[in-house]
Ligand binder design. Structure first.
Ligand code: FES
Length: 188
């Protein structure tokens, strides 16, 4: 069985201390890192190989397929526990872009509106398989089509959390799209 210690806590959003290095922060946030050698000034007499730390998305257990109920979102935080990481996985009961499972109807998205960061927890619409309207300016997103905008002020799709199924376990493994308020999804 996979590591249950990584199972999500709904609504979690712990702050991180400021006085840590970026590498320490990434490690503390559960973000996987690898050290690779990169060549500076390639093809020149000054060429040299230096080590560089590269951050990659964590593989995080977020739920179990057998425990999902159609139209009942399950909250988790991804790719870390930092600001704007609140996300949800939902079984739509209808096949969807990026969906996993036998019906390809299980998808996951970030909760934060891409317009100005409106919190969209509690706005799931089962009738339309949509998230919204955003409480700030009414943007609504289509969860069957990679979170594209249906209506409202936003002009970017809702970031979709990429999923993998291993037996009954659902893992978050990446994000398609940029989370509001971040210049890099792996920045806390
Ligand atoms: S913040 Fe959501 S529509 Fe403006």
């Amino acid at each position: 069985m996979s590591d249950d210690s990584q199972r999500p806590k709904a609504g979690s959003g712990a702050a991180h201390p400021c006085l840590v290095s970026r590498r320490e922060f990434l490690l503390g946030a559960g973000v996987a890192t690898a050290t690779v050698m990169v060549t500076l000034n390639p093809g020149t007499p000054m060429a040299q190989e230096v080590p560089a730390v590269v951050a990659t998305y964590p593989r995080k257990l977020i739920g179990r397929l057998s425990e999902l109920v159609v139209d009942q979102p399950l909250d988790f935080a991804y790719p870390d526990e930092g600001v704007y990481s609140e996300s949800f996985v939902v079984k739509l009961g209808r096949s969807a872009g990026g969906g996993i499972g036998p019906e390809q109807d299980v998808v996951a998205f970030n909760y934060t509106c891409t317009h100005q960061g409106g919190p969209m927890q509690g706005t799931y619409q089962s009738a339309h398989k949509a998230l919204g309207p955003c409480p700030l300016h009414l943007s609504t997103y289509d969860l069957t089509r990679h979170g594209i905008l249906i209506s409202g002020q936003a002009y970017q799709s809702l970031p979709q959390v990429l999923l993998e199924l291993e037996g009954d376990d659902i893992y978050a493994v990446g994000i398609f799209g940029l989370i509001y308020g971040r210049f890099d999804n792996l920045q806390g």
